[in-house]
Design a protein around this ligand. Structure first.
Ligand code: CAA
Ligand code: FAD
Length: 380
């Protein structure tokens, strides 16, 4: 495996780095405090091609590989994880699923608008009583011939109020358990579709997280993704790739905190010398650097597997499990290295620490990644 970046990948990485510094950084503290969605920034990311990175150009996508997507996620997340989760959901959970399993009509109707940023999408699996235990879907999609009738509540939905289309997982035939679940495309504004209040969160506060309520929402059959009963597999296959995106987000958060800590340690003086000259601080930096490099290798390996048609369930889960732990450990140490300044908003590391925590929870908690990993190694 050779992770030397191609000229194209290097340019994309640079474009993402420039965008993060010039467009995301200036308002990131204010957006975090006010829980303000990055509307203008998302529009620009659409123009830059960051919202449909792996989609075929015939649907408005950038036609790039997973490693390019990971590089962009990493750069954006160094500065603003609220913006990068929007990129991750739109790319991995919405565009990928639609392009891979959607009908030509669905792709024509939705994909081009999603890849250009004209609209963004949401992925709706979690429910009040079905988070980690995702097969326990209570939302129902009853088959009424040419349409489904959708009833139930989804929880914690990223892009909850800003999305225009929602991929909703729901139970059609309870007796068939996970084989009776479907994935449906629901448009905002459908009769009976209500968006709940915005969650007031610890981190990624610029991203809008909502519950969604469906009351007898009529969804035409042509909006079903895949065959009848394919919905749970659809969700699992989609999440396998999504976890690579979140692993890259965690890697970026860790790398962002490390870069700030490294710079600060060479500027701040205590006991007559830069704090980086105190071994206790230098060793923290050594640990952070080593862990980040190890996480990067796992994340790039998972992207490599996906790009080379290898199984990536295992490598994606390992990358997410490890990178999210590194994000947590590294950001806590970055705050420590900043001393009192680490505790105030202007220095950014406290936000990165708050943002890091979610990477151990969404798209499958760390405990769920261990289930995926252990089942895989025991099966093999
Ligand atoms: N690819 C294809 N099929 C898969 C699969 C995969 N990666 N993983 C599981 N399946 C299939 C299984 O093969 C099985 O089908 P068959 O019976 O036909 O073989 C079916 O799915 C059920 O699998 P399990 O028996 O393993 O199911 P389980 O109840 O033990 O649960 C689980 C498995 C891995 C724990 C799963 O429930 C899970 O991933 N839970 C976590 C949910 C999650 O990640 N939610 C994220 C929501 S989205 C989000 O969070 C977005 C965001 O924040 C931005
Ligand atoms: P639970 O499943 O109740 O888990 C509670 C604890 O028990 C966890 O520590 C868990 O790891 C542990 N646990 C559960 N089962 C086991 C087990 N078998 N073995 C060991 N430990 C176990 N969902 C979406 O569908 N779409 C989204 O866009 C989305 N965005 C989100 C954004 C945010 C900010 C948040 C907070 C969540 C989001 N989620 C989304 C939901 C997220 O995926 C779930 O919160 C997550 O999967 C965990 O589910 P839960 O919250 O119900 O926790």
């Amino acid at each position: 495996m050779d992770f030397t970046l191609t000229e194209e990948q290097r340019l994309i990485q640079e474009a993402a780095r420039d965008f993060a510094q010039n467009d995301l950084l200036p308002g990131v503290i204010e957006r975090d405090e006010a829980q303000k969605f990055p509307t203008e920034e998302v529009r620009k990311m659409g123009e830059l091609g960051f919202l449909g990175m792996m989609v075929d150009p015939k649907y408005g996508g950038s036609g790039l590989d997973t490693l390019s997507y990971v590089l962009v996620m990493e750069e954006l997340s160094k500065v603003d994880a609220s913006s990068s989760v929007i990129v991750s959901v739109n790319n991995s959970l919405v565009c990928w699923g639609l392009e891979t399993f959607g009908t030509e009509a669905q792709k024509e109707k939705y994909l081009t608008r999603l890849t250009t940023g004209e609209i963004i999408g949401a992925f709706c699996l979690s429910e009040p009583e079905a988070g980690s235990d995702a097969t326990s879907q209570k939302t129902t999609a009853l088959d009424k011939g040419d349409h489904y009738i959708l009833n139930g509540t989804k929880n914690w939905i990223t892009n909850g109020s800003s999305a225009e289309i929602y991929l909703v997982i729901a139970q059609t035939d309870k007796d068939k358990k996970h084989k009776g679940i479907n994935a449906l495309i629901v448009e905002k504004g459908a009769d009976g579709f209500e968006i709940g209040p915005k969650e007031n969160k610890l981190g990624i506060r610029g991203s809008d997280t909502h519950s969604l309520i469906f009351n007898d929402v009529k969804v035409p059959k042509e909006n079903r993704i895949g065959e009848d009963g394919f919905g749970f597999k659809f969700a699992m296959k989609t999440l396998a790739g999504g976890r690579i995106g979140i692993a890259a987000q965690a890697l970026g958060i860790a790398a962002g905190a490390y870069e700030l800590a490294l710079k600060y340690s060479k500027e701040r003086k205590a006991f007559g010398t830069e704090i980086s000259n105190h071994q206790a601080i230098a060793f923290k930096l050594a640990d952070m650097h080593t862990q980040i490099e190890a996480a990067r290798n796992l994340v790039y390996k998972a992207a490599y597997d996906k790009d080379n048609n290898q199984d990536y369930d295992l490598s994606g889960a390992m990358a997410k499990l490890y990178a999210s732990q590194v994000a947590m450990d590294t950001t806590v140490e970055a705050v420590q290295i900043h001393g009192g300044n680490g505790f105030v908003k202007e220095y950014h590391v406290e936000r990165l620490m708050r943002d890091a925590k979610i990477t151990q929870i969404y798209e499958g908690t760390s405990e769920i990644q261990k289930i995926v990993i252990s089942r895989s190694i025991l099966r093999d």
